[in-house]
Design a binder for this molecule. Structure first.
Ligand code: ZN
Length: 257
């Protein structure tokens, strides 16, 4: 009975937030890594995107207008990682704050001698535990066609920030999503080894498909690896097979053609 009620409610939400054909096609055109998915995957992605739009609240900052085009671009990319896991992975927050461009955040850090330094950091997005999630539209809008990357690393801010949300579901941003104890132990041994190898390649000046920003911390390595997994899966599998297999198992998806 409860299950029937839930599916009836979901169906109503999907109908109320149905994405028009023209807008859906435009979104697939803009993000070719979405378009290359199977027909079945795209039907489910469109359904989840409608549920996402029904359950999240967008706020434009400084006059930025969150049009349907903007909201659907975010929803479709955000829902790809949870295509098999389900939208409940994003239950910890409701608000999505959208800026037109990158946000300058003032940061401070204390060095080994106790001296406090101040610096500005430009943010394309930010995920905080308990939300809201922040995104800069100019970074979201950047075309993410792997064919255009050349020697550059993959960049996808929406998938990056939602990967952090998935990681932080257990309250910790540590590159380890919630897992049962055995799987958790295995996960840590794989990701630690892969991260170490990745950092060595970055230090050696090697060009990598995964954003070198992943060298900052293991939780950032997780987020940039998830970006590459969904945006350029075949290249990711070739370059980081162990990391690809780890993510394929967790997300229940094997997107490389
Ligand atoms: Zn990050």
């Amino acid at each position: 009975m409860l299950k029937a009620l839930r599916s009836w409610r979901e169906q109503r939400a999907v109908e109320r937030h149905a994405i028009p054909d023209a807008l859906w096609q435009l979104t697939l055109l803009r993000y070719p890594f979405l378009a290359q998915r199977s027909v079945d995957d795209l039907v489910e992605l469109r359904r989840l995107s409608s549920l996402f739009l029904a359950s999240k609240e967008f706020h434009g900052v400084d006059g930025f207008e969150v049009t349907d085009e903007v909201a659907v671009a975010v929803a479709a990319q955000a829902c790809l990682p949870v295509l098999r896991l389900g939208l409940s992975w994003y239950d910890s927050f409701v608000g999505i704050v959208m800026h037109a461009g990158e946000v300058v955040a003032q940061r401070t850090y204390q060095d080994e001698d106790g001296v406090v330094h101040e610096y500005d950091e430009e943010l394309a997005g930010e995920a905080m535990e308990g939300g809201p999630l922040m995104l800069a539209w100019n970074a979201v809008a950047v075309s993410d066609d792997p064919a255009e990357f050349g020697a550059d690393a993959v960049f996808n801010v929406v998938i990056h920030e939602f990967a952090h949300v998935i990681d932080m579901r257990d309250g910790l941003a540590d590159g380890v999503p919630p897992l049962d104890p055995d799987a958790r132990e295995r996960w840590i041994s794989v990701i630690d080894a892969e991260w170490e190898g990745f950092c060595k390649r970055i230090d050696a000046g090697e060009a990598t498909l995964i954003d070198p920003y992943g060298g900052e911390a293991v939780e950032e390595f997780f987020a940039v690896a998830v970006e590459a997994f969904f945006v350029a899966p075949a290249a990711m599998r070739a370059e980081e097979p162990a990391m690809y297999a780890l993510l394929a198992g967790f997300f229940g998806q094997d997107p490389a053609p």
